[in-house]
Design a protein around this ligand. Structure first.
Ligand code: F6R
Length: 611
């Protein structure tokens, strides 16, 4: 979703803002803009539809728009088509106040009507312009007073950056339900949607909370509470991420780099949490007696994180013998969920800012549930609002299609399953030890799967022209099929569906015809023969079948399918970590051969911060 960056310091702002926006490109956008102030030229705004390169060319890489304070924005259209005029920053009628915004102002129509009745003329179709116009309407020489009045009036979600030409030695930031992070430097300050925008300049950050307003100057940052403007003492945090982690490092795409980083990300997430053969989750404060009391685990997430939840259901139910319900966060909010103080809610999110997941978390909390979240971005809203957090140590994930975050979320599920099973005494010592031992071998097995990528590239070259692809599997293989199918459609734009293999006969098999590609996942050994029967059914209707199974079944599976990909054998519960890699690589190579914009697929945003 929209990317925001703001800078105030001693250097020229425009090149810094353009660089920050480039680092936020991954969030998805359709237009971009800058507002920069200098005493000589006043407040200058430049906006352009299309890629950031278009804006950068107009302002000659930032050289033609002078000033040491400014705001930048990449817009992901919600209200009004992608166009120069709808791009941010927006300014009020007198051109005195510039605003960038991420989120949605829900009551913008009423405010617009009110302002129009007062003679204000709007130029864009956006909800954001009402904020700029309303600020100017309320402005009587005190910008903070105007900001508090505006915040009182607007409803919805927002992260706002504000620059007023009458007080150009400051930037103002405010947030509600949309991410905004502040960067503290020596002689400069930043605001941004994401720390990667300014990581090159500073790693010292503070997290703005809902209902807070920040004033950024060259000397530092002061945060106030809304509406009474009481100063708030903010804790500073140090961000460990390396700048290089958010760069391509020689790969053609971030997605390729992140796929290859999975063994390391898995190691970083798991190994420090295994001590003397036991899973040690020191961050968790859940006792055995609490776990015995809970009568249900509710898993809440969106997209790929939801698919991790689907895998988790199989693993947790098997090991803990407690009912696990997995639900899409966007549905949870409106389904009158059965959550009580005996429900443990497991919230999964890479970004920690997905608005549906955050809203579901709040609803679950309101109903009395205890929240344990699995999050990648340290200090994100979901992490801050949870009772307990287990971080995935995947590092920054830039490609829109998640890969390494997915793998580390799975890793945390294994750790939770083992630790809880130990506390609940639902696992035997031998199985526990075998699982821990196997967990430690997974990264090297993942490396072996990655070494086989040329074979997957070859299969992609055979099948990349298909227009409809089905993924079938049973049990955990079905959950991996869901993820394989999502990966493929989001980056290659091929229509694809994942089916529980046994369900095919109940309708979908009518879509199978000569030449349809079916990806058959058969790594779940106890269900191998059943899956083979399903493959025979689709083959007899003319389907081409690309199979996936474990090495020990590779030869036999080859007799039924057209091509087979194998992964090393491992404990059945840990197979998802190996199975998912060929699915990611297949989607990646297919998209590459179709010439798709892999890191920034059409219509998608990395962090979905609007409902
Ligand atoms: C797919 C993908 C999305 C996200 C989903 C949730 O590749 O990345 O489906 O998984 O938008 O995002 P988070 O995990 O940030 O809450």
């Amino acid at each position: 979703m929209c990317g925001i960056v703001g800078f105030i310091g001693a250097e020229e702002a425009a090149p810094i803002l353009l660089d920050g926006l480039a680092r936020l490109e991954y969030r998805g956008y359709d237009s971009a803009g800058l507002a920069v102030y200098s005493p000589e030229d006043g407040l200058k705004v430049v906006k352009a539809k299309g890629r950031l390169r278009v804006l950068s060319d107009i302002v000659e890489g930032g050289k033609s728009i002078r000033g040491a304070v400014g705001l930048g924005h990449t817009r992901w259209a919600t209200h009004g088509e992608p166009s120069d005029v709808n791009a941010h920053p927006h300014v009020g009628m007198s051109g005195r106040v510039a605003v960038v915004h991420n989120g949605i102002i829900e009551n913008f129509a009423q405010i617009k009507e009110f302002l129009e009745s007062k003679g204000v003329r709007f130029v864009s179709q956006t909800d954001t312009e009402v904020v700029a116009q309303l600020l100017e309407y309320y402005y009587r020489g005190d910008i903070m007073e105007a900001v508090t009045k505006v915040l009182h009036r607007i409803e919805g979600a927002y992260a706002l950056g504000i620059l007023c030409a009458d007080c150009p030695d400051q930037l103002i930031a405010a947030r509600k339900d949309s991410p905004l992070i502040l960067g503290c430097g020596d002689g400069f300050s930043f605001l941004a949607s994401d720390v990667t925008a300014f990581l090159k300049y500073t790693r010292e950050v503070c997290y703005l909370e809902d209902g807070e307003i920040a004033v950024l100057t060259r000397e530092g940052i002061q945060v106030y509470s809304h509406p009474y403007l009481q100063p708030v003492e903010k804790e500073r945090h140090h961000v460990d991420w390396e700048v290089s982690a958010a760069e391509k490092g020689g790969y053609e795409h971030f997605m390729a780099k992140e796929i290859m980083e999975q063994p390391k990300a898995f190691r970083d997430t798991v190994f420090p949490r295994i001590q003397n053969g036991r899973v040690a989750l020191e961050e968790l404060r859940l006792s055995a007696s609490y776990l015995r009391e809970i009568d249900k685990i509710y898993i809440i997430a969106c997209g790929s994180s939801y698919h991790v939840g689907m895998v988790a259901k199989y693993i947790l139910e098997k090991l803990l013998r407690k009912p696990v319900e997995v639900t899409l966060a966007s549905e949870f909010r409106y389904c009158d969920p059965l959550v009580t103080h005996r429900t443990l809610c497991l919230v999964i999110s890479q970004s920690g800012e997905t608005i549906d997941t955050l809203a579901a978390l709040r609803e679950a909390k309101r109903l009395g549930g205890r929240i344990l979240s699995i999050v990648n971005v340290v200090g994100s809203s979901i992490a801050r609002e949870s009772d307990d957090v287990l971080y995935t140590w995947a590092g920054p994930e830039i490609a829109v299609a998640t890969t390494k975050a997915y793998s580390t979320q799975l890793a945390v599920i294994y750790l939770i399953a083992l630790r809880f099973a130990e506390l609940l005494d639902t696992i035997g010592a031998v199985e526990y030890a075998a699982l821990v031992e196997e967990l430690l071998t997974l990264p090297s097995k993942m490396e072996r799967v990655l070494e086989n990528r040329e074979a997957i590239q070859y299969y992609a070259s055979i099948y990349f022209n298909h227009e409809s692809i089905f993924f079938i599997g049973r049990n955990i293989d079905y959950a991996i099929g869901l993820e394989g199918s999502l990966k493929l459609k989001e980056i290659s734009y091929i229509h694809s569906e994942a089916y529980a293999a046994g369900e095919l006969k109940h309708g979908t098999i009518s879509l199978i015809q000569p030449g349809t590609l079916v990806v058959a996942l058969a790594s779940c050994v106890p269900l191998f023969d059943k899956l083979v029967s399903n493959v025979v059914e689709v083959k007899s209707r003319g389907a081409d079948v690309l199979g996936l199974t474990v090495e020990s079944r590779g030869e036999i599976f080859q007799k039924t399918v057209d091509h087979v990909i194998t992964v090393p054998d491992t404990h059945p519960m840990l197979l998802p970590s190996l199975d998912v890699i060929p699915m990611q690589l297949f989607a990646y190579y297919v998209a590459l051969m179709r010439g798709c914009d892999i890191d920034k697929p059409r219509n998608l945003a990395k962090s979905v911060t609007v409902e």
